[in-house]
Ligand binder design. Structure first.
Ligand SMILES: Nc1ncnc2c1ncn2[C@@H]1O[C@H](COP(=O)(O)OP(=O)(O)OP(=O)(O)O)[C@@H](O)[C@H]1O
Length: 301
């Protein structure tokens, strides 16, 4: 009855939100010649359009997890893999890395390492060329991708003449033009200065709602908390927490166990509660915290 009442577009959207974009099931991985598994019994799912932030201390296994999701493990990087990864409900172990790359785009830490062409438009065309996209379609996608990352007008420039933040935005544009269903970014801002970090997160913020599922590994908890729909905390290859930013970042004591911090506002509220024996709700954004304080204290002071 409900389905019948929906328009064709609504039905399409309905089917998208109800399907899983990513399912990781009992995933474990051990590199050769190591004594312990780097990943142990990882389970989570993401729906279409959701953005996942992966946080964890150094060596937790975050990059290893990312490589299991794009098929580099175990096809290119060998080791003992257990469990399954489903992208768009297909088990990626049934496909080659090249096939998986049509659905899963990857943005690396260091932008320079992923740029190889003479001009910005050639850079964006390069990935599409490997997918067999026609010249006329490429032109449309180049224009669109540059507009999305704020680099319109830079088509003929050299990628090497861009700032770090612009280079990373170009790397994102190159992935966007390939129209993957999932975009994985492994610490895309770690090599950038604060201005570059802001540029990249502003672009990512604008991409939200573009029907693309995203996975971002980053130590920038402030930005992760506002940008992501779900957070996964990884430590020594095990999932310690998975849920919304509010569900995860309010577990301050758990985070501290793994030398991780919540956003500053959440840390402040936690310490305020401790120092003054209060029970103020822990918020993960300044806006929410202000609203909480206003409703608690207006007229009482
Ligand atoms: N090719 C490899 N062979 C053997 N061990 C490896 C290999 N690559 C990574 N490791 C080990 O696996 C563990 C997890 O590494 P990984 O890079 O996935 O962690 P990470 O959470 O991404 O760390 P960081 O935040 O420092 O990037 C580390 O102990 C690392 O030394």
């Amino acid at each position: 009855m409900l389905i019948q009442a929906l328009s064709r577009n609504d039905r399409r959207r309905f089917s998208i939100v109800t399907k899983e974009a990513v399912r990781v099931k009992e995933l474990a991985f051990q590199y050769p010649d190591t004594e312990e598994k780097t990943l142990k019994d990882i389970n989570f799912t993401l729906r279409y359009g959701e953005i996942l932030g992966v946080v964890g201390p150094t060596g937790a296994g975050k990059s290893t997890l990312a490589m299991c999701l794009n098929g580099l493990i175990p096809e290119v990087i060998e080791g003992e893999l257990e469990g399954e990864v489903y992208i768009k409900e297909e088990n990626i172990q049934d496909f080659s890395v090249a096939d998986v790359s049509e659905y899963v785009g990857f943005v690396f830490q260091e932008p320079e390492n992923q740029l190889s062409q003479m001009t910005i438009e050639e850079e964006i065309a390069f990935g599409m060329g490997n997918l067999g996209v026609s010249r006329s379609e490429m032109e449309v996608r180049i224009k669109d991708a540059l507009a999305q990352v704020g680099l319109t007008g830079y088509e003929k420039r050299s990628p090497l003449a861009l700032s770090g933040g612009q280079q990373q935005r170009l790397a994102i544009a190159s992935v966007l033009a390939m129209r993957p269903s999932i975009m994985i970014m492994d610490e895309p801002t770690s090599m950038l200065d604060p201005k570059g970090k802001n540029e990249v997160y502003d672009v990512l913020q604008n991409l939200k709602g573009y029907d693309m599922t995203g996975i971002i590994i980053d130590h920038e908890v402030e930005r992760i908390a506002t940008y992501c729909d779900k957070i996964l905390v990884l430590n020594e290859g095990e999932v310690q927490a998975f849920g919304t930013p509010e569900e995860v970042f309010t577990q301050i004591e758990l985070l501290h166990q793994f030398q991780l911090n919540a956003p500053q506002v959440t840390e402040f509220l936690y310490r305020y509660n401790q120092e003054y024996q209060q029970d103020v709700k822990l918020s993960t954004t300044v806006k929410e915290a202000v609203a909480t304080f206003e409703s608690e204290y207006t007229g009482k002071v």
